[in-house]
Design a protein around this ligand. Structure first.
Ligand code: ZN
Ligand code: ZN
Length: 445
């Protein structure tokens, strides 16, 4: 029996709700999408609960679920994913957080002086200035044993904080209050921390780092000049999204598929690296609404020769939703659809592969936020029993043959249509009880 290859296309935040300005239709309903509609017509459709029903996912946890890794067990925290995405070498067991260079002002309170956030992005300080400021943060924590702190600039006001040492925990709160005019939070252990003592210890370290960053940055030459020019001083780092970097079983081993990822943005590349996918980029892609979707799909067709599983990530629809621009989202969806012709012509009509299209979550283009509504899903395989759904949108796929599926089960569904699933109970290989493997360990006689 020949096994099939799999293409998974994730259009970030493409699914939505009924939008008033679009006459009560969703952007996906409003858009002209002949190619995606064709896939829905000849394939089978449904909706995907990315996490538990109704829970709005972040893009990172959502992608883990789509790749069959239950986020409850395998989500390492946004900081760890971002560090991997930015290709920062982080050893196992280290703590990684994202941070912003921000502007704070002192305020007297009954117990002393607190810090009030005036600008979370320090007036969008330039990458050049940010790099100099962040590099001045040589933080040594003498009160903690064998703890090493690395503060690494990323793009503009963003950076990654890495803490190396023993007994660290990612179960801590953000220092960043996420709101201006709020006070800088004291980092605290989460009440449900797996290891409360480790979380308490880690929180103390983070508080010390934040305080030290303020002491160093408030007097920095660059900030003195910024204040003179009337610009907000980038005078503190505010960590958030703490996570412990650890290794997980690679995708290839879990599912028996050699896998490639095509994505521009660090977060998605980080998730792919975390589970050991080979990560590709196309120079023409920008990760914005103006990205070159055709180039990504052409790359997918090319990589399919070498890989069993190709994942393509397309961001634009989510960005338009966050900007609360439903019509821009419609345009982006139409651009995705028109480029999708490349997949229809080269993979669906020509080859013998399984093709799935979905979103990592729904994003409301009226509210500008991720929502817990299950996104639309279409799956095609040459011999799939198609349902009666002829359009790819949230409403039409409610009548789909796949029904309502959990995202962590998607890989099993795709493996089944790729003729790679193993009958339950068979044990031909030590490695896998899930997928058919061509590798065998020979009995020597
Ligand atoms: Zn997303
Ligand atoms: Zn988003």
């Amino acid at each position: 029996m020949d096994v099939r290859k799999i293409v998974l296309i994730v259009c970030d935040g493409m699914s939505d709700r009924a939008v008033k300005s679009l006459g009560g239709r969703t952007p996906l309903e409003y858009a002209e999408t002949p190619n995606l509609d064709k896939l829905a017509e000849i394939g089978c459709t449904g909706v995907l609960d990315i996490l538990n029903p109704g829970v709005p996912p972040g893009s990172d946890s959502a992608h883990l679920a789509l790749f069959g890794y239950d986020p409850e067990r395998y989500y390492p925290g946004r900081g760890a994913i971002e560090a991997l995405g930015a290709n920062i070498p982080v050893s196992e067991g280290s703590l990684a957080c994202r941070f912003n260079l921000s502007t704070v002002a002192e305020k007297n309170i009954s117990g002393g002086v607190s810090l009030i956030v005036k600008d979370r992005r320090a007036g969008r300080v330039s990458s050049e200035e940010a790099e100099k400021l962040i590099k001045s943060l040589q933080i040594e924590l003498n009160n903690f044993n064998n703890v090493k702190v690395k503060v690494i600039p990323n793009v503009e006001h963003r950076g990654i904080l890495v803490v190396e040492g023993d007994g660290l925990s990612g179960d801590i709160t953000d220092s960043d209050p996420h709101e201006v005019e709020s006070c800088v939070n004291r980092c605290e252990p989460l009440s449900n921390a797996h290891d409360f003592k480790a979380a308490e210890y880690t929180a103390e370290i983070i508080n010390e780092i934040v305080k030290t960053s303020y002491r160093i940055l408030k007097n920095h030459e660059i900030n003195k000049l910024r204040v003179e020019k009337g610009l907000p001083a980038a005078n503190i780092i505010l960590p958030r999204g703490a996570g412990i970097v650890r290794r997980v079983e690679p995708f290839t081993k879990v599912w028996g598929l050699k896998a490639a990822c095509i994505a521009k943005l660090a977060l998605y590349r980080g998730v792919a690296r975390y589970i050991g996918m080979d990560v590709y980029d196309v120079p023409e892609a920008t990760g914005t609404v103006n990205t070159n979707v055709e180039a990504k799909f052409r790359k997918a067709v090319e990589l399919l020769k070498e890989y069993d599983f190709v994942f393509v990530h397309i961001k634009g629809a989510d960005s338009a939703s966050h900007d609360k621009k439903p019509l821009e989202k419609v345009k982006m969806i139409e651009r995705i659809d028109s480029a999708f012709k490349i997949i229809m012509e080269n993979v669906v009509y020509e080859g013998d592969a399984v093709v799935a299209v979905t979103s990592d979550h729904s994003t409301s283009s009226e509210l500008g936020i991720h929502i817990g509504d299950p996104p639309a899903l279409a799956v095609y395989a040459p011999d799939i029993v198609s349902d009666n759904v002829k359009h790819f949108n949230e409403r039409a796929v409610l009548n789909g043959g796949l029904g309502r599926v959990k995202a962590v089960d998607l890989m099993r569904i795709l493996l089944n249509y790729a003729c790679r699933s193993l009958e339950y109970g068979l044990k031909p290989s030590r490695e896998s009880r899930i997928y058919r493997s061509t590798e065998c360990s020979p009995l020597v006689i």
